[in-house]
Design a protein around this ligand. Structure first.
Ligand code: SAM
Length: 528
């Protein structure tokens, strides 16, 4: 009677699995599995090796199938437990190894996934059983290599005009650690000297929400953004409720209060390979989630972020965990690039070991007052060195006069001339000169764009190359600065090896080292 019931249950569970009715199939398999385990425990007492062997085989297959159904339901922790249960019975069970490998690959635990696929390959009939295994092995090897070395290459995709699917990217954490920051709370710091373009990290969003914004910025745009924000919150809550690790990682993010007393987590916690054991669920009520999202979500289309392969009229918001430890600076040394749901953070200028990695939450080629307003909308008062310097110098009457003059249509060459003269008198040098030039970038770039202005002001305004250099030193690479450099190069008829190498370095600072030379030229020419 017992065996007949088991037989029926197993057939029913298999049928549900084939019909892709995952929840029902999990229930049926759970019933079968507990009956099976009960029988096995009883048979042990009477030692019937043959019967025991058959039951264990059935149990192994049932666990493997339940793992498959659970993985489709994104119940990954339990799916992995089922895989381990099945592999305890039969360490080389092909179907289970493939299922476990796929789950681990989806969780970005590449080397563990690779172990599973390699073990599955040892099955003498692996080739016959699953042609896809080779595909998984290749993908996994590529991603494992990327995550270990940071060697990403988007060249083909860029050169082909971003056609087709987004390139598959691994998660990667470069030479960085989390430490207490002088700016606020915790920050991300370089542990090695790196040059412009070097990748700091690559990570996939916990959740994103996107829409195409209507052309007019009216009530309907506000409504769309509200609905988006609600959907986004729902997605984050769902992800956190399904995964203990994510729940924990989200709970260590700042909710904007008492940042200076927050714990400083080890950066290894954010590596996908980190074991989950011992992670507390942390307290995450809805109020806290909302504050965390308010403080840590990023929009993809910020001036400081590049979005590759998407139309410009679309708007996206997302939560990327490790980048949420990066503070804002108006003198940033890093930038971000969005490719699909991944964000790539790279150095936008050379960075020294021990320096804090910062990127811009908003446009930093703007005057101090405007930046102060932007920071306010983010809910903080900017604490960076550039703001501290400019807060003082901007109280000078002359600077305020130039500002007002610009608003009233002062000639751009004149504005640049007055600022340069002022800086000479106030003995503003080095990086600080770059800060002010960056603040008045609109005037500089407009002046250099006009042949007439350049001719009229001649040597009374500095050469574009000198301004580009100092702005770069102050705020890192930016596509507008790169554009001005390229235009200057064209005007002067230059283009020797040295200049081209300089342009390439600038471009690496804007886009990061994710493409080879030819594709970098494509990006430069697209002015992306
Ligand atoms: C995404 S979090 C950055 C990481 C945060 N410092 C932490 O400890 O988790 C953003 C918050 O950091 C703080 N912050 C970031 N950049 C800042 C800056 N330049 N000046 C002052 N506070 C800043 C603000 O409180 C802001 O709401």
């Amino acid at each position: 009677m017992g065996e007949e019931l088991m037989q029926q249950l197993r057939s029913r569970a298999t049928e549900l699995l084939l019909r892709e009715e995952w929840n029902e199939s999990v229930q049926a398999y759970s019933h079968f599995i507990s009956l099976c385990q009960h029988h096995i425990s009883r048979i042990h007492q009477h030692t019937d090796p043959d019967h025991l062997f058959k039951l264990q085989k059935s149990l192994c297959l049932a666990l493997s199938n339940r793992a498959e159904a659970r993985s489709r339901l994104r119940d990954l922790a339990n799916a992995l437990q089922d895989c381990d249960g099945a592999l305890e019975i039969e360490g080389t069970h092909f179907k289970t190894l493939l299922c476990k490998g796929k789950i681990l690959l989806g969780l970005n635990r590449y080397s563990l996934a690779l172990d599973c696929f390699k073990a599955a390959l040892l099955d003498p009939q692996a080739g016959l059983k699953c042609g896809a295994l080779e595909g998984y092995l290749d993908r996994c090897k590529k991603l494992e290599h990327q995550s270990r070395t940071g060697a990403f290459d988007l060249s083909d995709w860029v050169v082909n005009g971003f056609r087709g699917k987004f390139p598959e990217l691994a998660e990667y954490i470069g030479a960085v650690q989390i430490m207490k920051s002088e700016i606020s709370g915790r920050g991300l710091f370089a542990t090695k000297n790196v040059d412009a373009g070097t990748l700091v990290l690559v990570t996939k969003a916990i959740a994103t929400e996107r829409c195409i914004l209507p052309e007019q910025n009216d009530d309907s745009a506000d409504n769309i953004q509200l609905v988006m924000w609600k959907n986004f919150i729902d997605k984050v809550v769902e992800s956190a409720s399904k995964c203990k690790r994510l729940h924990h990682l989200i709970s260590v993010l700042s909710s904007g209060e008492d940042e200076d007393v927050l714990e400083v987590p080890d950066v290894n916690l954010f590596r996908p390979e980190t074991q989950e054991s011992g992670l507390s669920m942390g307290k995450l009520d809805m109020g806290k989630i909302l504050s965390i999202l308010d403080v840590n979500s990023l929009v993809e289309d910020a001036t400081s972020a590049k979005v590759l392969g998407k139309n410009s009229d679309y708007y996206g918001v997302g939560l990327w965990i490790l980048p949420a430890f990066i503070n804002h600076s108006c003198s940033p040394n890093a930038r971000r690039l969005h490719v699909g749901d991944h964000v790539i953070v790279h150095a936008s200028r050379d960075v020294k070991a021990g320096e804090e990695i910062t990127f811009a939450y908003f446009d930093v080629l703007l005057p101090w007052r405007k930046r102060t307003d932007m920071a306010k909308t983010w809910g903080f008062q900017c604490n960076c060195k550039r703001c501290k310097f400019e807060e003082q110098i901007c109280s000078k009457m002359e600077i305020q006069e130039i500002q007002m003059g610009l608003e009233r249509g002062l000639d751009m060459g004149d504005a640049v001339y007055r600022l340069e003269e002022g800086m000479r008198r106030w003995m503003v040098r080095g990086k600080e000169k770059g800060y002010l030039r960056a603040s008045f970038w609109a005037a500089y770039s407009e002046a250099y764009e006009s042949e007439k202005t350049v001719r009229r002001w001649g040597r009374r305004i500095p050469a574009v190359e000198a301004v580009v250099d100092s702005v770069l030193e102050a705020v890192g690479s930016d596509e507008r600065v790169l554009k001005a450099f390229m235009a200057g190069l064209k005007r002067s008829g230059g283009g020797g090896v040295v200049e081209i190498e300089r342009a390439m370095k600038l471009a690496r600072g804007v886009y990061g080292k994710v493409v080879k030379k030819q594709a970098m030229r494509t990006l430069i020419s697209l002015g992306y």
